[in-house]
Design a protein around this ligand. Structure first.
Ligand code: ACO
Length: 380
């Protein structure tokens, strides 16, 4: 039987760091509240479009796997804030990488997008449709944030990571998953202003309002991630005692602790990034995975459990058997263009765009691949 080994991994975090103290200068909040209720201390804000973050992460993952972009059969772009809808953003990444023979598609299940992408790419490898795939998780949430809403503005950040999957005869890579969606709770998280339904109104990109029932999401997330984890463990004939490391979605430290308690996983077997990046939606789990490997927390043959939830409310838990290699075959020198400003400068620019005077003419739309700070306006 063919399996889909994870042979390359890479991440790209934008350099601009927005601290809780920075946030307290623009909204009514404070470091104590954010740390106590969420565990988040800071998050990153990107100065480039998401596909550029992804390009760097992908080049690092390809070097890590020791392969060229031309060898890719498939690119799966997991994101709910993709730079472009038509054409899809995966095709933009294909161009940037020069991965000419790769099929390329976007996948959006919000925060679980990377893991759902891992499922589909693994299935296509297992069934022989493709042999080599790149799966990315990336998010440019700051673009769509309502920076006047303290309920959500403190929770999210930007980032990207990618993994390379290659066909293998050994039983490694994704060995099982549980997927689900609690659609009757879909109204608990809705970003009004994102999507075609808003296209006939005078809505500009990034001019959003978030419907967000934090406490309901909290309860559903804890229950759903725990159930999905127990389901996948049972399905694969494993128990929580078999798990070497938990790499969960990181929306809130208290959610992670509550899930660990329910499924019997101690915090010393849980890898955390929430304090330094917040919730990067689709990028969260792959960035945490890359950092866990870099920190020596993933060893050859380890069993990893990755529970996650996202808007929808989508749910999943993925069980991964790590392979033999935990070090990169090679490294890439790919870097983002430098940024001299601060995260508050970037947030200030995003807020200013919401002012009517900041709106540009519909006839002069910039290419989202070429410019990060210009904002396309939907034609009326
Ligand atoms: N700063 C200061 N005070 C605040 C803030 C803030 N940023 N936000 C809320 N408060 C206040 C509230 O107004 C309230 O004040 P009151 O008691 O005077 O009314 C008080 O703090 C408590 O607010 P709660 O909403 O009860 O706080 P709670 O402990 O439930 O924490 C939180 C809120 C962090 C949002 C939590 O419910 C949570 O983490 N929910 C899940 C969030 C989540 O997972 N988001 C991502 C989902 S999306 C995804 O991953 C796809």
């Amino acid at each position: 039987m063919t399996h889909a080994a994870i042979t390359g991994w890479g991440k790209c975090l934008p350099p601009a760091t927005l601290t809780n103290a920075d946030l307290a200068t623009i909204i009514d909040t404070n470091d104590d509240w954010i740390v106590q209720r969420t565990g988040i201390r800071e998050r990153r804000i990107t100065h480039v479009p998401a596909v550029q973050l992804t390009h760097v992460a992908a080049q690092r993952a390809l070097a890590c796997a020791g392969i060229e972009a031309g060898q890719l059969d498939l690119i799966v772009y997991g994101s709910c804030s993709a730079d472009e809808a038509v054409p899809n953003t995966a095709s933009g990444l294909q161009v940037l990488l020069g991965a000419k023979r790769a099929a390329a598609y976007d996948i959006n299940t919000a925060c679980t997008s990377f893991l759902y992408g891992l499922s589909t790419a693994t299935a296509l490898i297992k069934t022989g449709v493709v042999r080599t795939a790149l799966v990315v998780g990336v998010e440019y949430i700051s673009q769509y944030m309502d920076w006047s809403n303290r309920n959500v503005a403190v929770l999210f950040g930007d980032g990207a990571a990618a993994v390379v999957l290659q066909a293998s005869d050994r039983e490694e890579g994704l060995i099982g998953e549980a997927l689900g969606c609690i659609a009757d709770a879909r109204q608990t998280l809705r970003v009004r202003g994102m999507g075609a339904v808003y296209g006939n109104r005078d809505v500009m990109l990034g001019d959003t309002q978030w419907d967000f029932d934090g406490q309901e999401i909290f309860k559903r997330a804890v229950h759903g991630m725990s159930e999905a984890s127990n389901t996948v463990l049972a399905k694969c004939g494993k128990t929580i005692a078999d798990i070497d490391l938990l790499v969960p979605h990181q929306a809130n430290l208290r959610i992670i602790e509550a899930v660990g308690k329910r499924i019997g996983a101690s915090m010393d077997r849980t890898f955390l990034t929430v304090h330094k990046y917040g919730n990067m939606s689709a990028a969260t789990v792959p960035v945490a995975l890359v950092e866990a490997i870099e920190a020596g927390r993933v060893q050859p043959g380890n069993l990893l459990l990755m529970p996650a939830f996202g808007a929808g409310l989508t749910l999943c838990s993925h069980l991964v058997r790590w392979g033999e290699r935990v070090t990169p075959i090679a490294t890439s020198d790919a870097e983002l263009p430098p940024f001299e400003g601060t995260a508050l400068d970037l947030v200030g620019a995003l807020r200013a765009k919401k002012e009517p005077a900041g709106r540009s003419a519909a006839g002069s739309l910039p290419s989202p691949l070429a410019s990060s700070l210009m904002v396309p306006v939907l034609p009326r």
